[in-house]
Design a protein. Structure first.
Length: 488
């Protein structure tokens, strides 16, 4: 069996912030991929004096998600070197072969040693061939990728310290260690022979094999601070069986229905961070999952594109080092987008693309305000999603807010009261709001403290919510569905 090497090419974009050169810089996020190669062939009939049939099913799949962290720094000449310092992976590996084929002469004449005709045998000589292969990872809990680096070569331009264009490369290298079990059976019959007219052999074997993984990225660098995208690297489809049948190709005497498919798709989302802004879980209660995996302890970091879900009677709080926090109530779902990046004014389109996505449930947010500037801390609701961010078809969310100290006593939602507890004691440099989104519509949005603006994704409609106020509709009375929440 030949060792297969999977090479994944990814287009990536990064941005190096000027004031981060003196800090430890990390690029964190995830790369997800799926490489699938399948071959199927089936046929049978009579052709050129033979009865024959063949049935082939070969399946090779490597799919998974890498959550990665690169750590390093930037040199004065604009060359940035980062080493892979942390990786968490979830890989599904399948390598199976199921091949069966047989052929027999419909009829043949038998001769003696002097080449004199003796009789006719029906059927004549025949062969049966079977091959089965099954591969399993030897240690599913052990990471397959162990090495990696990120290099950005981008000399500063216009006498500025920050790079603006150039090239970058990203590497992830490793091996999937497997046990490969092979079962081979071969039987042949020669009815014209008076002796030894039947031979058969079978062999079972298990060997350890490494399937190398090489993820290589080389792309232009355009100065962006967020890498996010999707790429179809391989997309091959054919019904030509000339190279599909392998060891049984010579046993096929007629037409075969065959399909060969090979696809490789890659999605990615990586963001520059500094350690002081690292988002971590500071409170857990009940059933909480991140990317479908249960979370059982505080202190875990949250990464770009993570999907956070809570079950019934469950809570989670996530805080960053700059006094910002998110609390989710029960039966809620949030796709995390990193806001630990350079604060700058944004267009509505940019805000919508860079915002966290609340797909259902209840959420309370505390945001640090920047005087005179619009924050890049945005949350959106959306009825459809992009896979790389993990956005899902949403249910509704409601945000509640009020500066009235008796506001909590008037609400019939005890879960909301628990989520927004303590908002009255926030500083004047912080904004707080609450949202409840269910059944694809906004049930309630309230501004608890500070300045909150609601817009639609196109920026055609906007509403400023005064402190202590609650809204449920646009000014013309229409229902709110997709929105972007901006803070100042």
């Amino acid at each position: 069996m030949k060792t297969r090497i999977s090479i994944f090419s990814i287009l990536l974009i990064f941005f190096i912030v000027q004031d981060a050169t003196s800090q430890e810089i990390t690029y964190k996020g995830h790369v997800t991929y799926k490489h699938s190669k399948t071959t199927t062939a089936m046929g049978g009939g009579s052709d050129k004096g033979y009865n024959w049939n063949v049935d082939i099913n070969q399946n090779y799949v490597v799919e998974g998600r890498f959550s990665v962290e690169y750590t390093g720094g930037i040199s004065p000449v604009g060359v940035a070197m980062f080493q892979l310092t942390n990786i968490h992976e979830n890989i599904n590996f399948i390598n199976t072969v199921s091949t069966g084929a047989n052929e027999e002469k419909i009829s043949q004449y038998c001769y003696d040693d002097l080449m004199r005709y003796t009789r006719t045998e029906t059927p004549g000589d025949s062969r049966t061939y079977k091959l089965n292969v099954n591969s399993e990872k030897t240690d599913p809990e052990k990471a397959s990728v162990s090495q990696g680096n990120l290099t950005i070569i981008s000399p500063p331009s216009n006498n500025k310290k920050e790079p603006t264009d150039g090239k970058y490369t990203i590497m992830l290298i490793g091996n999937i260690k497997t046990n490969v079990a092979t079962a081979l059976y071969d039987e042949r019959k020669f009815p014209c022979l008076e002796e030894e007219n039947h031979t058969s052999s079978s062999n079972r074997n298990t060997v350890k094999m490494d399937f190398p993984i090489v993820i290589h990225i080389e792309e232009d660098f355009d100065g962006s601070d967020v890498l996010i995208g999707e790429s179809v690297v391989t997309d091959l489809h054919s019904t030509d069986c000339s190279g599909c049948l392998g060891s049984v190709a010579r046993m096929v005497h007629g037409d075969v229905t065959c399909a060969f498919d090979e696809t490789t798709t890659v999605t990615w989302c990586l963001v520059k961070r500094t350690k002081k802004c690292e988002p971590v879980i500071t409170y857990l209660k009940g059933d909480v999952k991140i990317n479908g995996e249960p979370v059982e302890q505080w202190g875990r970091g949250i990464e770009e594109g993570d999907i956070i879900e809570t079950g019934s009677h469950s809570r989670i709080e996530i805080r960053t080092g700059n006094d910002e926090a998110i609390r989710l109530g029960s039966k809620s779902q949030l796709s995390w987008f990193d806001h630990c990046k350079l604060r700058k004014p944004m267009t509505n389109k940019e805000a919508f693309l860079s915002a966290m996505t609340l797909t259902k449930g209840q959420m309370y947010a505390i945001v640090s305000r920047i005087v005179g500037k619009e924050s890049t801390f945005e949350v959106k609701t959306r009825t459809c999603g992009v896979g790389v961010r993990g956005q899902l078809i949403p249910a509704s969310n409601t945000y509640y807010a009020s500066a009235d100290p008796y506001f909590l006593q008037e609400e019939s939602n005890p879960e909301k009261a628990e989520l927004i507890e303590g908002y009255q004691y926030l500083s004047d440099t912080q904004t707080a709001y609450y949202i409840h989104f269910e059944d694809d519509v906004i049930k309630d949005i309230s501004n608890l403290k500070g300045s909150v603006r609601i817009t639609d994704p196109e920026g055609l409609r906007k509403v400023d919510i005064p402190e202590g106020a609650t809204i449920t509709q646009w000014e013309n009375g229409t229902t709110m569905t997709e929105i972007v929440i901006l803070t100042k």
